[in-house]
Design a protein around this ligand. Structure first.
Ligand code: SAM
Ligand code: SF4
Length: 334
């Protein structure tokens, strides 16, 4: 088979997110428990295998690749993967090569990323308070992330900050984040906490805050104007009149964003999830390890896209304390 990847609901799959590692140098409270057990190395795809799967998707019409994790920049030699994939930018097959990062390694890698052709990145940052940052990320240091952000900015990379809205944690800082992002020239996206993975004693129900509440809070201080802006993702954007900055809202729980879904997600073990909110997945590792010039891989990709579900059914239910999707966000990378 060749040609574009069209799912059974008529949607073209043009966006692949790739979790290049399940490991991370942070332990954010909503994402991981403190004592995570990570995958044995043999289960993880090599960089060559990852490259091969990504390139197969590009050959089938994927125009946007986002590397994520875990923390993508802690994977050894990950820059060689970026560099190899950047050849698809040169041919024009790929429109965008990007990443989602916690920012801790940006100081080291920004210049190289810019050189490779990465034009914008998402950096996750939930607070501008040093102590809170240390509490949320457990192992992170805000100062290091700020240094990284400055390096990325200097390198000419556009930055979008992703902030998870956490009740009782950063809900007093939304205005500060809006002002800071406006001043720095960063876009800002708020994300609702999603029920994924066992995270220890931290109660997700207590963290959950609907973005309708975030927006209502912001409306008290800022003039938010709806705009017709899209980055190809599920965020809805407004413009802040006072700062000129953009704010996106990603609302998987309170708003159904599935109709326009154009994406699939690959884990570092070669498991392809056709929907972030469903358990169904396809194994691409067996296929990519076959020595048949990629034929089995193409078949496996076609078969997987052929059963992409219509949508998810996330629910944060007061009657059940277990997550509705058992894998951690660090497996599929958000
Ligand atoms: N380590 C990188 C980072 O933090 O940006 C990339 C991977 S991280 C899993 C991707 C995004 O998922 C981050 O913006 C993080 O805040 C978000 N995230 C993690 N767990 C989440 C959860 N349970 N609900 C909503 N967002 C979550
Ligand atoms: Fe690591 Fe990102 Fe998860 Fe935080 S959200 S623990 S930085 S993978």
């Amino acid at each position: 088979m060749d040609g574009p990847l069209i799912d059974p609901h008529g949607r073209a799959v043009t966006y692949l997110r790739v979790s290049v590692t399940d490991r991370c140098d942070f332990r954010c409270v909503y994402c991981m428990s403190e004592d995570m057990t990570f995958l044995p190395k043999k289960d993880v795809l090599t960089l060559e295998e990852l490259e091969s799967i990504c390139s197969s998707f590009v050959s089938r019409g994927v125009t946007k690749l986002r590397m994520t994790g875990g923390e993508p920049l802690v994977r050894r030699d990950v820059m060689s993967l970026f560099r190899k994939l950047s050849r698809h930018l040169d041919t024009g097959a790929l429109e965008e090569l990007t990443l989602t990062t916690n920012g801790s390694q940006l100081d080291r890698f920004s210049d190289e990323l810019a050189d490779i052709g990465v034009r914008r990145i998402n950096v996750s940052l939930d607070t501008l308070d040093d102590d809170k940052f240390a509490k949320i990320t457990r192992w992170g240091r805000l100062e290091k992330v700020k240094t990284g952000l400055a390096a990325a900015k200097r390198a000419g990379i556009a930055i979008k900050i992703n902030a998870v809205a956490l009740r009782g944690v950063n809900d007093d800082e939304f205005d500060t984040l809006v002002q800071w992002c406006g001043d720095e020239g960063f876009d800002l996206t708020f994300i609702e906490v999603m029920p994924m993975g066992e995270i220890g004693e931290e109660a997700r129900l207590d963290q959950y805050m609907p973005l309708s509440m975030v927006r209502a809070k912001l409306n008290e201080k800022w003039t938010l104007e709806d705009i017709d802006y899209s980055t190809g993702g599920p965020a809805r954007y407004v413009q802040v009149k006072e700062t000129g900055g953009r704010i996106g809202f990603i609302t998987p729980l309170t708003h159904n964003f599935c109709e326009s879904c154009n994406r699939v997600r690959l884990t570092c073990t070669g498991t392809l999830y056709m929907c972030l909110g469903q358990e169904d997945a396809a194994d691409l590792r067996t296929a990519v390890r076959k020595e048949d010039n990629g034929a089995a891989l193409m078949d496996a990709i076609d078969e997987a896209i052929g059963r992409k579900p219509k949508g998810h059914d996330f629910i944060i239910d007061r009657r059940r304390r277990d997550p509705s999707v058992s894998r951690h966000m660090s497996v599929t990378g958000g």
